[in-house]
Write a protein that binds this ligand. Sequence first.
Ligand SMILES: Nc1nc2c(ncn2[C@@H]2O[C@H](COP(=O)(O)OP(=O)(O)OP(=O)(O)O)[C@@H](O)[C@H]2O)c(=O)[nH]1
Length: 343
Amino acid sequence: MEALLKHLVDITCQRDHTLLDSSIVSALHELVGASQVCVHELFRFRDELYVRPRVGMQDGKIVAMEESPDNNGEPISRYPALLAAIKQRKTCMEEMTANGDRILWLPVWLNDKVSTCLKVSNPTPYGSGTLPMMEGILSVYRNYQNILDYSERDSLTGLLNRKTFDEKFSRLLSANTPENSLQNQEERRHQPAEGIGQWLAVVDIDHFKRVNDQFGHLYGDEVLILVANLLRQSFRAQDRVFRFGGEEFVVLLRSTTLEDARKIFERFRANVEQHDFPQVGRVTVSLGFASISTESPVVILGHADQALYYAKANGRNRVCYYDELVSRGELHSEVSNDTVEFF
Ligand SMILES: Nc1nc2c(ncn2[C@@H]2O[C@H](COP(=O)(O)OP(=O)(O)OP(=O)(O)O)[C@@H](O)[C@H]2O)c(=O)[nH]1
C-alpha cells in the first residue's frame, strides 16, 4: 500500500510527458514485478496506424527513446495482439511469446481514442489482484496525461505550443551532443550516414492580416486550423510541429539530408498553395530553414527567422535556406536584433 501511494504521488507530480511516462514504467516495474515495461505511442501517418516506443527499460534502467532520430515507428500490423485489442476496444490483451513470456498490451483510451499503449512483459502469471491494480494506476496515468496535454498544446490547432518548443528544442540539442546522441552511438558502430542532419524551419502564412480583414477572424482561425492539418500531414512522426504564436509555426525535421529537407519543405509549401481554403480560396506560406547545429537555440532560430524574412521580402510563397543565402552573400551570418526577441 505504501509503495503504491508513493508511485501515485510520483505519477501526479510530473510536469512533463517524458517524466510521466518514466514514472508509470517505474511503477509497473516495481509494483507488478514486470521484467520489461515500455510506453508506446500510437500515431496515424498517411492513413495508417503506427506504433513506436517512447519510454522503456534497457539494462534495468528507464530510458527515453522519443528523441532518438531513427525511432520512426512500425505499422501496427506488426503487433497483431495490440491491433486486436484496439479493434475490440479492449483495455487489456494478453499474448504469449515463443519463449514463454507473457506480454500484456494495455491501450490507454481517452474519449474513444487511443494514442498511448503500455507493453508489460513478465515470465510468470499475475496474481488475481494485479490486473485491477494495473488498471487503476493506468486510469491515474491517463487522467494526468490529459492534463499535461492541455498545458502542452495550443487550444486552436492542437499543435504543440511555444512553451513545449522551448523545452523540447533544448532537449533535442542536448541529445545531439556527441556523447549523448543515440544516432552518434550508432554511427560509432556503423559508418555515419553521409550528410544527415536535423533542420529547423519557421513557417509564416503570407498576408494573413488580409484574410482576417477581408473574411473575419472566424475564417482566419479556420485557415490556421487547416494549415496546422497540412503541417501534420506533411511531416513524419519523428518530426515535430509547433504553433509558435499567431500565424507562425515551427517544424523540427529529423535525420535527413539537406536535399531531402528542401524537398520536404517545398512539398509542404506546394500542399498549402494547392489547397482550396473554403471561402478564402488560395493561401500561401513562406518558410525559412536552418541546420540544427551545435549553436544555441537563439542562434539557430535566428538563422531560420532571417531566411524567412528573406523569403517574405523576396516574393513570399517560397522556401529559403539560411546557409545558402549566406554563401550567396544575400544574408550576413550574424544574429539580428529580431532574433533576440524570441527568448
Ligand atoms: N484569426 C486569427 N488571427 C490571428 C491570430 N493570431 C494572430 N492573428 C493575426 O495575424 C495577423 C498577422 O499579420 P502580420 O504580422 O501583419 O503579417 P501578414 O499579414 O501575414 O503579412 P506577412 O507575414 O508579411 O506576409 C494579424 O492580423 C493578427 O491579428 C489568431 O489566433 N487567429
